[in-house]
Ligand binder design. Sequence first.
Ligand code: ADP
Ligand code: ASP
Ligand code: MG
Length: 419
Amino acid sequence: MALIVQKFGGTSVGTVDRIENVAERIKKFRDHGDDIVVVVSAMSGETNRLVALAQSIDEKPHAREYDVLLSTGEQVTIALLSMALNKRGVPARSYTGTQVHILTDSAHNKARILDIEERNMRNNLNEGKVIVVAGFQGVDEEGNITTLGRGGSDTTAVALAAALKADECQIYTDVDGVYTTDPRVVPEARRLDKITFEEMLEMASLGSKVLQIRAVEFAGKYNVPLRVLSSFDEPNFDLDDSSKDSSNGTLITYEEDDMEQALISGIAFNRDEAKLTILGVPDKPGVAYSILGPIGDSNVEIDMIIQNIGADGTTDFTFTVHRNDFEDAKQVLTGVANDLGAREVQGDDKIVKISLVGVGMRSHAGIASKMFKTLAEEGININMISTSEIKISVVVDEKYLELGVRTLHSAFGLEQKTV
Ligand code: ADP
Ligand code: ASP
Ligand code: MG
């Protein structure tokens, strides 16, 4: 008998039939003797529909009201799933984020979880009830509804698992685990049995949307065993038994000796990037600050940065931002360019970032040059490069995304198992 937090994403609860299937699956776990806390997303497409509704009123909707609207999607699914469970004789109770009391800060649309009240949940569990919690939402000190950023139901699930000290947090989705890259782009992508927290954190932060980055951070910090599984496979009660094949999903784990000794674990990509360049600024102390300071002050996050020595004691400065922030950042930068007497501001929002991720990179040289050679052979021009101990990222023209990811996947032999 175990306490398991199970999260079902939008596709897994996308129709009434699928909600009934999820209820059947939960019933099987209950019959097996496990205590279950469920977290659900809105039905697939629903959050996008709500976003579009808001934007039809105001392109930049009022942040508090936006959260009131967006949080309604999950309220529908908790009620429907709880009805489906109760109908099957499985006593269940639904809770919104406010009702469980998932306390967050007041950063609307990207709130962080601060605390979770676990007493009511414990009481319900002791009474044999299944608890069904709305993902993606919380409440701040003043009682305002907040949301946790797109994909935030993953974080709700991991945070609940941490608060309840659950034995495992299972993220059920429409793929049966974490793959070497998005299987929608590379059909030959291979499911990983395990991936380290460190690698998963990089994959998530570099654009793999299979898990929200904060969920991985939380799981790493609070030591929550985290697994990604398919909601369409048969329920598997013995996930440690690796003799069964595909339904064990992917375990996110601390680095272990028995991990596959792959150089590269996966390829992540991000289509949400845009690039800005300011040309011909004076090359003197304080210049980076006078460019990036005002960008930061306007609440735009900067990702990659490159500074080149230009002609005549001047320098060129390039950085990337989220595509949604491109116009705002360009406007700020144009003001900065005037102040600094820069020659020109250039912008490009048709770029993408492709990244290789793997802890094996630490001990192996030559991976970057192999990556650059592979891209060169396909005629793909690299605009920017950034590296860390366990990742190499390049920025390329968006038209090369699929070609770049597929060629790198095959050049690094990711479709083949290494052990
Ligand atoms: P959910 O609605 O269940 O939260 P998401 O759409 O957020 O599901 O995440 C699952 C999707 O993530 C998959 O359908 C897949 O296309 C995508 N994805 C991106 N990168 C990966 C990867 N490395 N491994 C598995 N899936 C990935
Ligand atoms: N429904 C929210 C979204 O679509 C949260 C989630 O699904 O995790 O982003
Ligand atoms: Mg998701």
